[in-house]
Design a protein around this ligand. Structure first.
Ligand SMILES: [Zn+2]
Length: 99
């Protein structure tokens, strides 16, 4: 192999790595975009039936009730807050959702 040939390969490899990097960056951006789209699509939607959630704030605990299947959903850490409520507080919280 003469020196000019190995230089040609080196340049080709550099070119390949450059393009590969560009593609990988695109994939990364695409994955982020997809994540963002999924978030927008599912935000404030019931995880079971996909209908809109109605959020109420009770003493700083945000409870989401599904407008369709009436499932109740809590954000991270909120179950702990609910578990710390007195029985009367719990009754009051659930009375918000009673028909
Ligand atoms: Zn639902």
């Amino acid at each position: 192999m003469n020196p000019s040939e190995s230089e040609t390969e080196y340049i080709a490899r550099m070119e390949f790595e450059k393009k590969q990097k560009v593609e990988r960056e695109k994939h990364k951006a695409l994955a982020e975009e997809e994540k963002q789209k999924l978030k927008e699509f599912h935000f404030m939607r019931c995880p079971k039936c996909g209908m809109e959630l109605i959020e109420i704030d009770y003493k700083g605990i945000k409870v989401d009730e599904c407008s369709e299947c009436e499932g109740l959903w809590l954000d991270a850490g909120e179950f702990e807050s609910v578990s710390k409520l007195e029985k009367s507080g719990l009754d009051k919280l659930f009375s918000v959702f009673k028909k």
